[in-house]
Write a protein that binds this ligand. Structure first.
Ligand SMILES: NC(=O)c1ccc[n+]([C@@H]2O[C@H](COP(=O)([O-])OP(=O)(O)OC[C@H]3O[C@@H](n4cnc5c(N)ncnc54)[C@H](OP(=O)(O)O)[C@@H]3O)[C@@H](O)[C@H]2O)c1
Length: 251
């Protein structure tokens, strides 16, 4: 039986991933145990842990305890994250620190703490749920994009460092998904409305993620159209900026 950790476990994408992993030992991390219990109380092999993932000393103790009790972690899915779609001058210093704590630093801290254990056992897979916003920056996503670009940079280097030990590191970079993410990112619903026809469904994204567990896949960029847009953005940055700033400026 594989042992899989998922952070941000009460989120929309996590809920769909959990449904697809009935035969694995799941360790689900979230901010509210009661909420986790309501969602996953009936799951056969699950441990629910209420935790502040932004506190690295708590992560250190958690990892030590999990390895004592389970002996191994096969898969770490760093899924916790949030966004605020706002103009750069409306973002506070507190927002900057808090979003980096969750989207970037917690992902880095958990990856390095579990990555070094995986390195010892020469086995494992770290899957970082990042975002298309970490590959293509658009207006009103300066902070969110910055946290996600950093997460991709970290993951790309980590992949190279862990490659000789047979450990895989994958970044998952989806475009907009129909989840509660937008309650906070886009409270008035205007962005959601403008991208409604492009929205990915969380069960479809979860299926694609679950399928690559244990596979040596560098990145999973979704949907195909945004993956192409990312390639275009890399090849023709000036033109891409023009398009992102004018024609495709949805936020
Ligand atoms: N939805 C999208 O359009 C979209 C697109 C691309 C990438 N993503 C990324 O996909 C991942 C999953 O998001 P989702 O769509 O499933 O959104 P979601 O339903 O809002 O779930 C995200 C989960 O992350 C955790 N989280 C949120 N804010 C947090 C905070 N301040 N501190 C600690 N944990 C926090 C929460 O889990 P707990 O309540 O259990 O702590 C939350 O349920 C995120 O990393 C997000 O950035 C989402």
């Amino acid at each position: 039986m594989r042992t899989i950790i998922i952070t941000g476990a009460s989120g929309g994408l996590a809920q769909e991933m959990v449904k697809l992993l009935p035969n694995d030992q799941l360790i689900l991390l979230g901010r509210n145990k009661e909420k986790l219990g309501q969602l996953y109380g009936n799951h056969a092999h699950v441990e629910l842990i209420e935790i502040d993932i932004t506190d690295d000393s708590v992560l250190e103790d958690l990892v030590a305890d999990l390895y004592l009790r389970y002996g191994k972690i096969d898969v770490l899915i760093n899924n916790a994250g949030y966004g605020i779609f706002e103009e750069f001058d409306k973002i506070s210093e507190q927002d900057i620190h808090q979003m980096f704590e969750v989207n970037t630093f917690a992902l880095m801290n958990l990856s390095r703490r579990i990555g070094c254990r995986m390195k010892e056992s020469r086995k494992g897979h770290i899957i970082n749920i990042v975002s298309m916003a970490g590959l293509i920056a658009t207006g009103k996503s300066s902070l969110y994009s910055a946290t996600k670009f950093a997460a991709i940079g970290f993951s790309n280097a980590l992949r190279l460092e862990l490659m000789p030990d047979g450990i895989y590191v994958t970044t998952v970079n989806p475009g907009p998904i129909r989840t509660g993410f937008f309650d906070q990112a886009d409270p008035d619903g205007s962005y959601l409305k403008s991208v409604d026809r492009f929205l990915l469904e969380p069960d479809a994204v979860a299926r694609k993620i679950v399928r690559i567990i244990g596979k040596n896949k560098r990145e999973l960029n979704l949907p195909v159209l945004l993956n192409l847009a990312h390639k275009f953005y890399t090849l023709f940055p000036k033109l891409a900026d023009k398009l992102a700033g004018e024609t495709f400026n949805y936020k």
